[in-house]
Write a protein that binds this ligand. Structure first.
Ligand SMILES: O=C(O)CCC(=O)C(=O)O
Ligand SMILES: [Fe+2]
Length: 374
C-alpha cells in the first residue's frame, strides 16, 4: 500500500523513515507535452531571454511546465516526503489538535481526511498539512515532527521562495515585457501572504470505490495564488485539461518540478497567462494500490496587492490592457485568496445539492470565476 520505507540512521530525536520513490508506471498513458526549463541557464549570456522565449507558449497556451536544476537535491526532497509520511502516521486525535481554521478561509495547519464532498455522499481521500511561511504574523503551533525539523523545512521553503520562484517570476516578467523585478516585489518571503508548503496524502482506494468516484480524487480546478510548484512522487495521477479540451496525464519526471500558473497571474495579465484547469485521478492499475504523497509549494501574492491588470507593453499591444474598470480593480489579493479557500470549503455542499455541474460561475471576493469542472 504505502511506499517502501526503512529507518535512516540519524540521531534519536530526528529519526525519519526514508522515503523511496515507487517504481514508475508501465501503463501507456496519454501524456501532456510540456516544455522543460533548465534553470541553470538563467545566468548564462542571453540565458534569461532564451528561457523566457521557451516559456512564452507554455504560460500563455498551456499553463504548465517543468523546471530542472533548481538547486535542491533529490535527497532534500525525499526528506520532505519523509516528514510528510511521519506526520500523517500520527493519530487522528493528535493531528486534529492542529486543524486549520478552514471555516474562516485560513489553510494553515491540518485538513482532515474526507473534508470535501467530491460527489453527493462521497467524500475525498485526502489528508493535508499546510506549513505557512515562518514569519511572526503567521506563526502557529505545529506537531512535534514539524517542530523538530523546523530549520530544514524553513530552509527548503526559503530556497523555493527566494531563489526558484524569483527566477520564475523574472522570466514571466520578461514574457510580459515588464521590468525584470516587476513581479518579484510582491512575493518576498517576509511579505504577509498565505504562501505555504503543503504535505498531502492521497489514500489509495479499491477499484470498486474508484468506480463510484468515476476515478476522480480531486475535481478539476485552478489554483488561487500566483504559482504552484509540485514535487512529485513517481506516481501518475495529475491531469491537465489540454488546449484541445482533452484530459492529459502529467508525467512525474525525476529531478524536475512541475509548475503551474495560478489565478492571480491570470488576473494581472488579463488572461494572457493561463491558470490551467487540472485534477487528480486514481493512478493507473499498476500503481492504483499506492498511497500517494504530495509535496507542493503554493506561491501567493502579498495580501495588500490588488488584482487589476498590469500595465505592460505586450498587453497593450494585444488590446488586453485598457483603463481597468473591472470588478477586480478594488479587490485585494489577500481577500481574494481567503474568499476562495472559504468558498471551496462551504460551497461543495450547495453545488452537490444542485446536482453538480461541469462548469459553475461564482462571484468570489467581487470577482467572477468559473470554479468547478467534472
Ligand atoms: O496532487 C497533485 O498532483 C495536485 C494537487 C493539486 O492540484 C492541488 O492541491 O491544488
Ligand atoms: Fe491544484
Amino acid at each position: 500500500m504505502a511506499t517502501q520505507t526503512r529507518t535512516a540512521p540519524t540521531s534519536a530525536s530526528h529519526v525519519l523513515p526514508t522515503c523511496h520513490q515507487p517504481e514508475e508506471s508501465k501503463s501507456e498513458l496519454d501524456w501532456a507535452d510540456l516544455v522543460t526549463l533548465d534553470l541553470s541557464q538563467i545566468d548564462a549570456p542571453g540565458g534569461k531571454q532564451k528561457l523566457a522565449k521557451q516559456l512564452d507558449d507554455a504560460v500563455h497556451r498551456v499553463g504548465f511546465f517543468y523546471i530542472t536544476n533548481f538547486g535542491l537535491t533529490q535527497e532534500q526532497i525525499d526528506r520532505q516526503f519523509a516528514i510528510a509520511k511521519n506526520l500523517f502516521s500520527l493519530s487522528e486525535e493528535e493531528k486534529l489538535r492542529y486543524r486549520a481554521d478552514l471555516e474562516h478561509g485560513n489553510y494553515s495547519g491540518y485538513r482532515p481526511l474526507g473534508s470535501i464532498e467530491v460527489f453527493p455522499g462521497l467524500r475525498d481521500n485526502i489528508e493535508m498539512y499546510n506549513v505557512f511561511k515562518f514569519i511572526p504574523e503567521l506563526s502557529r503551533t505545529h506537531p512535534e515532527v514539524i517542530r523538530q525539523h523546523r530549520e530544514e523545512i524553513e530552509s527548503f521553503q526559503r530556497h523555493i521562495a527566494q531563489d526558484t520562484v524569483q527566477k520564475l517570476l523574472t522570466l514571466i516578467a520578461i514574457v510580459l515585457e515588464l521590468p525584470e523585478g516587476a513581479l518579484t516585489k510582491g512575493h518576498r518571503y517576509d511579505d504577509v501572504s498565505h504562501c505555504h508548503l503543503r504535505y498531502m496524502l492521497y489514500h489509495a482506494r479499491s477499484a470498486e470505490v474508484n468506480a463510484k468516484f468515476q476515478d476522480v480524487y480531486t475535481k478539476g480546478h485552478t489554483d488561487f495564488g500566483s504559482l504552484t510548484l509540485l514535487f512529485r512522487q513517481s506516481i501518475a495521477a495529475l491531469q491537465i485539461l489540454a488546449p484541445d479540451g482533452a484530459w492529459k496525464w502529467v508525467k512525474p519526471y525525476p529531478g524536475s518540478i512541475t509548475v503551474n500558473i495560478a489565478d492571480v497571474l491570470q488576473f494581472w495579465s488579463n488572461g494572457y497567462l493561463k491558470s490551467s484547469v487540472h485534477r487528480v485521478v486514481a493512478p493507473p492499475p499498476d500503481q492504483a494500490h499506492l498511497d500517494r504523497l504530495g509535496l507542493l509549494y503554493f506561491l501567493r501574492p502579498a495580501h495588500d496587492l490588488d488584482l487589476k491588470t498590469l500595465d505592460s507593453p505586450l498587453l497593450r499591444r494585444l488590446g488586453l490592457k485598457g483603463d481597468d474598470h473591472s470588478a477586480r480593480e478594488g479587490v485585494k489579493a489577500g481577500d481574494w485568496v481567503r474568499a476562495r479557500v472559504k468558498g471551496n470549503w462551504d460551497t461543495a455542499k450547495d453545488r452537490n445539492a444542485k446536482g453538480g455541474a461541469r462548469e459553475e460561475e461564482e462571484v468570489v471576493g467581487g470577482v467572477k470565476v468559473i470554479k468547478y469542472y467534472d
